[in-house]
Unconditional design. Structure first.
Length: 120
């Protein structure tokens, strides 16, 4: 059984609070257990790594930090950067659909994701 989430991979979202407030980006992954999302270009930090046997020199490591899901809003109109809350409903066939609440329950199109998994 497939479930539809309010924010899914490939959506364009806008950060509504925090130090990156107002920036937009696409969702790379949704971490449901942590209730967070990874947004492209936001949350990249450097970490210092201590020397170990596998890495005797140590150094710096780039890490992608997730953003809590309640700090992002779905962008429904790419031209005007308008955001909306997302509701869930069922259509006439019984399939789950996403609705943009600020646009009078207009149906949200699913993002087009290029699947590179399984292609060789």
């Amino acid at each position: 059984m497939s479930t539809i989430k309010r924010i899914i991979k490939g959506d364009t979202v806008k950060i509504i609070s925090g130090s990156n407030k107002g920036t937009t980006g696409t969702v790379l992954a949704v971490l449901t257990k942590k209730q967070a999302v990874l947004v492209e270009g936001i949350g990249n930090i450097h970490r210092k790594v201590k020397p170990t046997k596998q890495n005797p020199r140590g150094g710096n490591k780039d890490i992608h930090v997730p953003i809590l899901i309640h700090k992002v809003a779905l962008v429904t109109d790419e031209k005007s950067n308008k955001t909306s809350r997302v509701g869930l409903s069922k259509d006439d066939d019984g399939n789950k659909i996403r609705l943009a609440r600020q646009s009078n329950n207009k149906q949200i199109q699913m993002p087009k994701i290029s699947s590179e998994r399984g292609k060789k």
